[in-house]
Design a protein around this ligand. Structure first.
Ligand code: FMN
Length: 371
């Protein structure tokens, strides 16, 4: 008889923050905020369900730090002080249900459109991000860069003041920080472009500004691309060097993802993960980063079954397992895995129809709900 994979449910700490287990809800845009980015009661209820479902750490959907960095309709905004009451309602609901909530701080850069971000999108260079985003962005000036770094720091301060337990910098999936890291989108010839040290400067400066804003006792995580999977993009070896630089500065955990919407089949949200050998599709990048850093490493992407997840921990390839689509289908998945000796894998088929549901204003598994 198989044994319960209890290694998944070990309690841990990240910079003093206590987590009940090693399962993490990876950041997932819900589309459930109002047009300005204010969280709604429906989003609060959604997070309460996730917390009751037993996941150790919930990472919020993409929270834009400035209007010009808004990626998608209904995204969360951390750009305004006057959302404090609604943000506190969100964090309180999670805490009352025994959960822990981290805010994902993000900026879309060139991966958005004027109707959402209020003007021509801003990016490291005037290079269109992906085919589906045909708008050519404007290259950021030095003042734009400084203003954006300050916006990340202000958003982090707000997150802490409103009761979020941690923040995560979004440096993956082709958004602004990833655009700076990637030679594919960063063609600058100043101190923010060219060799890797320069391309990483925006991320490292943002980390430092955020650390100064939240203090030394507050966890700062990063979601880092392990590879852009693009011929001229950031590759595995450079990603490891970026991870090492963040580790040296004191980052508290690195979640490893990969790909951008321009990466063809190797997008961050790969489809049709139906067999165990398709699972954990970012594991090789996570393993390489884990071998090169001291901080905890989280892996996301196609994790579907508890046996494979536990094996990743036992093999020492990562310290935390992050899930997005399986928790849309079944928010109580961690509780179910914990409750039984032979837990069954998620039956999420990675069809990505949940993305379409979020576009309509309510994140849900359309398959599970019969739509
Ligand atoms: C509807 C939807 C929204 C997402 N929104 C975000 C987001 O806001 N930030 C982010 O970093 N990743 C986002 N992702 C990507 C997931 O966090 C995750 O990296 C990806 O789905 C692979 O994990 P999975 O196989 O467990 O779904 C989103 C994915 C989906 C399906």
């Amino acid at each position: 008889m198989k044994k319960k994979p209890s290694v998944l449910f070990e309690p841990t700490r990240i910079r003093g923050l206590e987590l009940n287990n090693r399962l993490v809800r990876s950041a997932t845009w819900e589309g459930m905020c109002d047009a300005e980015g204010r969280p709604t009661p429906a989003l609060r209820d959604y997070y309460r369900d996730l917390a009751e479902g037993g996941v150790g750490l919930i990472i919020s959907g993409f929270a834009f730090v400035a209007v010009e960095g808004k990626p998608l309709p209904g995204a969360l905004g951390l750009h305004r002080d006057d959302f404090a009451q609604d943000l506190r309602a969100l964090t309180t609901a999670v805490h009352q249900a025994g959960g822990v909530l981290c805010a994902q701080l993000a900026h879309a850069g060139g991966q958005t459109r004027p109707a959402l971000c209020g003007g021509t999108p801003l990016a490291p260079s005037a290079v269109a991000a992906a085919q589906y985003q045909p708008e050519t962005p404007a290259a950021m000036s030095g003042a734009d860069i400084q203003r954006t770094i300050a916006a990340f720091a202000d958003a982090a301060r707000r997150a802490r003041e409103c009761g979020f337990d941690a923040v995560q910098l979004h440096a993956a999936h082709g958004y602004l920080i990833n655009q700076f890291l990637s030679p594919h989108t960063n063609r600058r010839d100043d101190g923010y472009g060219g060799r890797l040290d320069n391309r990483a400067r925006f991320l490292l400066s943002t980390y430092r500004a955020v650390r100064a804003a939240v203090g030394d006792d507050y966890p700062i995580l990063v979601k880092l691309t392990g590879s852009d999977h693009l011929p001229e993009g950031l590759g595995e070896k450079e990603a490891v060097r970026v991870a090492q630089a963040l580790d040296a500065l004191g980052i508290d955990a690195i979640e490893v993802s990969s790909g951008t919407p321009a990466s063809g089949k190797l997008t961050p949200l790969r489809r049709n993960i139906l067999a165990p050998d398709q699972e954990a599709y970012n594991l090789s990048q996570a393993r390489d980063i884990k071998a090169a850093v001291r901080c905890p490493v989280m892996v996301v992407g196609g994790i579907r079954g508890p046996d494979r997840a536990a094996a990743i921990l036992r093999d020492g390839d990562a310290d935390y397992l992050c899930l997005s689509r399986p928790l849309i289908r079944e928010p109580g998945l961690p509780r179910r895995w914990r409750a039984t000796d032979n837990p069954v894998a998620s039956d999420c088929t990675s069809c990505n129809r949940c993305f379409k549901a979020a576009l309509k204003g309510r994140l849900e598994c359309l398959k599970a709900n019969g739509a």
